[in-house]
Ligand binder design. Structure first.
Ligand code: PLP
Length: 338
């Protein structure tokens, strides 16, 4: 099977399985798991923050950040097409009892004037704005320029608001922009990072921020049911992910680019080149074929389109030769149609 659905389908590498087998573990709720502590410190150091916290998923991490930054009844600002708004089941309303005020997204960026206008003033009718969210790399496939993050962070400072960065794919972003991850993270107070996507660890995300923020988040993590015990078993794979899997992300980006070029040769396909910065190729297909079923017949897995757009994702399980097979399959499917 060639699986283009997501980079979350990546399986732990042999080295990770060895690390899992040999992991030193303890009860992490008692603070006894040195492997978890090591992973938390590694990610915090890499992103220039004081402390880190290992959590079960990226959604958990973002929602924990919102819960930690806000109080019940507050308002959070996020882009209309961000993961927090579109793919987290509306959790902020349920878990943090906050409203999310959405801003229009210009290819994953804020309109700065609009952003300022969305920040509430002190008025008896208004909720309190207490957080601004950023996402980079954006789930639309774009690596947002660091300069934009700085502009948003300048506004946040002006209004004394914290910034949470959903950095699920922050390392893809850093590779794509050719900057150190710390240069991206420095424009946010808290950052959430996935180790189970392109980095191929089986489970988990790490939330980083100031020591004070992370101690508060640690308690809320327990409240949310995320206090795990001998969790060094999975954190050990995360350590391998951070040490060995970041530099190779470039290969996924090169493959995504190659896939984009090949797909674009079909007259029915238009690739969104303006957001092909990382490992995700978004494209429109001008044809009535059932692409999901047709590719599945040829042992290729894809997701159904979202808002009329397909997304093919490259990762360490996809080689250049797999892409050639995908293109051969696409040729068969589209030619049959004509
Ligand atoms: C994948 C992803 C998450 C979190 O995903 P989980 O499936 O909950 O681990 C959050 N934000 C972005 C931008 C993502 O791509």
């Amino acid at each position: 099977m060639i699986d283009l659905r997501s980079d979350t389908v990546t399986k732990p590498t042999l080295e990770m399985r060895e690390a899992i087998f040999n992991a030193e573990v303890g009860d992490d709720v008692y603070g006894d798991d040195n492997t978890v502590k090591e992973l938390e410190k590694m990610v915090a150091d890499k992103l220039g923050k004081e402390a880190g916290l290992f959590v079960p998923s990226g959604t958990f991490s973002n929602q924990l950040a919102i819960l930690t930054h806000t109080q019940r009844g507050d308002e959070v600002i996020a882009l209309e097409d961000s993961h927090i708004v579109e793919h987290e089941v509306g959790a902020a309303a349920l878990l943090s009892a906050v409203t999310v005020r959405t801003a229009k997204s210009i290819m994953g960026e804020y309109d700065l004037d609009e952003l300022k206008s969305l920040i509430r003033s002190d008025n008896i009718h208004y909720p309190r704005t207490s957080l601004i969210c950023l996402e980079n790399a954006h789930s639309n496939g774009r690596a947002i320029p660091v300069f934009h993050m700085k502009e948003v962070s300048d506004i946040a400072k002006q209004y004394s608001l914290p910034i949470h960065l959903d950095g699920a794919r922050i390392f893809n972003c850093a590779v794509s922009l050719d900057v150190k991850p710390i240069e991206i993270a420095k424009h946010a107070d808290s950052v959430s990072v996935c180790i189970s996507k392109g980095l191929s660890a089986p489970i988990g995300s790490v939330l980083v921020g100031s020591s004070e923020f992370i101690s508060k988040a640690r308690k809320y993590r327990k409240l949310m049911g995320g206090g795990m015990r001998q969790v060094g078993i999975i954190a050990s794979a995360g350590i391998v992910a951070i040490n060995n899997m970041i530099d190779r992300l470039e290969e996924d980006h090169i493959n995504a680019d190659y896939l984009g070029v090949c797909l674009d040769e079909f007259k029915e396909v238009s690739v969104y080149w303006d957001r092909l910065d990382i490992n995700m190729v978004f494209f429109k297909l001008n044809s009535d074929v059932n692409l999901v079923d047709e590719l599945l017949k040829r042992d290729i897995l894809i997701n159904v389109k979202e808002n009329g757009v397909y997304r093919f994702v490259t990762h360490c399980g996809i080689k250049k030769s797999d892409i050639d097979k995908v293109i051969i399959a696409m040729r068969e499917i589209l030619n049959n149609e004509n």
